[in-house]
Design a protein around this ligand. Structure first.
Ligand code: NAP
Ligand code: GLV
Length: 310
């Protein structure tokens, strides 16, 4: 019976995931991490923001399963052992991302915010018809989440393009890749959706230079990581009107401090890192399937490439 340890940021979350994963892995012994405990001999760890002590104590681990899609935080842990790390791939997050983007995109392009204000004043105030062609969307990152978002936005009728590290074929929309094609991608983009992983190459990518290359009346939707944004540059672009609105789900510091200028900025919409949340059943199914594959000596998908950082 293989031992698997669960360790997250809080005892409550660890207990909850212990219950969920033990139900999904009936043939294995799932153990909840407790501070101060000695080694359990676990072969696998299922984690989200685990305590540092986990890797000091559990020295027999063969693989780590991240309870999320992004691995920037786990890869930054100083004592992370040199063993395979697996991340969630979609696991129900892609439809949530598409819903989030379409909600804010259509809210702005169709003026739904304006209709809410008009209703508050009992005012019948139709806006002119909207041409989707006037709202070209550009998705940075065409991975599990970005590709789904691009296709969903395209299905609603907006012109879509995507930008990734490597070339894409047969996506059904325009794609760009690499640093050399970024300017052309930005020049045709009005609504920028960020779904890149946070890596040394992408940190601070949403900066003054990038924002200046977007089409006029640009909108920034950041649903990846706060570290992608240079906050002072985005605030300056919002203040000048160069960027007409920013929808921000993720921040350089979370929770966002109550004093942060984003909160009260009239052009900013904030959500508290909820654009796509880890779903228990989907995550448990994906992780338990991968553990079964590894136990059978087969490869499992979702393995993070340490060299690229995602
Ligand atoms: P993924 O499948 O790994 O896709 C990453 C995409 O980014 C790939 O298309 C990749 O290009 C591209 N990319 C990476 N580095 C690049 C670079 N230097 N230049 C250009 N493109 C680059 O990731 P995912 O599962 O879609 O997740 C994306 C991110 O969403 C996660 O890393 C996480 O930070 C964030 N996220 C946020 C939430 C939330 O609630 N806010 C929830 C889940 C995830 P290639 O295709 O060429 O490799
Ligand atoms: C959430 O932000 C995730 O990376 O899954």
């Amino acid at each position: 019976m293989t031992k698997i340890i669960v360790a997250t940021a809080t005892p409550e979350a660890t207990r909850r995931w212990h219950t969920v994963m033990q139900a999904a892995l009936p043939g294995h012994e799932v153990i909840a991490w407790e501070p101060g405990q000695s080694s359990t001999g676990a072969r696998y760890a299922i984690v989200w923001a685990p305590p540092r002590a986990l890797f000091e104590v559990e020295t027999g681990l063969e693989a780590i399963f991240n309870l999320g899609a992004g691995v920037d935080a786990i890869l930054a842990l100083p004592d992370l052992p040199d063993i395979p790390v697996y991340r969630l791939e979609d696991a129900g997050m892609a439809p949530q991302m598409a819903e989030y983007v379409i909600h804010y995109l259509s809210g702005m392009s169709r003026g739904f915010d304006s209709y809410a204000r008009a209703q508050a004043q009992s005012r019948w105030a139709p806006l002119p018809a909207v041409r989707h062609a006037d709202w070209p969307v550009g998705v940075m990152g065409l991975g599990k989440l970005g590709m789904h978002v691009a296709r969903a936005v395209q299905a609603v009728g907006y012109p879509v393009a995507g930008w990734a590290r490597s070339a894409r074929e047969q996506t059904g929309f325009d794609t760009f890749h690499g640093a050399e094609q970024l300017p052309a991608f930005l020049a045709r983009t009005r609504v920028l959706v960020n779904l890149l992983p946070l890596t040394p190459q992408t940190r601070g990518i949403i900066n003054r230079s990038l924002l200046e290359q977007l089409r006029p009346d640009a909108v920034v939707i950041n649903i990846a990581r706060g570290g992608h944004v240079v906050d002072a540059d985005l605030l300056a672009a919002l203040d000048s009107g160069r960027v007409q609105a920013a929808v921000l789900d993720v921040f350089n510091q979370e929770p966002l401090s109550p004093e942060h200028p984003y909160w009260q900025h009239p052009r900013v919409r904030i959500t508290p890192h909820v654009a796509a949340m880890t779903l228990e059943a989907e995550a448990a199914e994906q992780i338990s399937r991968r553990i079964a594959q590894l136990e059978a000596g087969e490869p499992a998908s979702g393995r993070v490439q340490r060299e690229t950082g995602y």
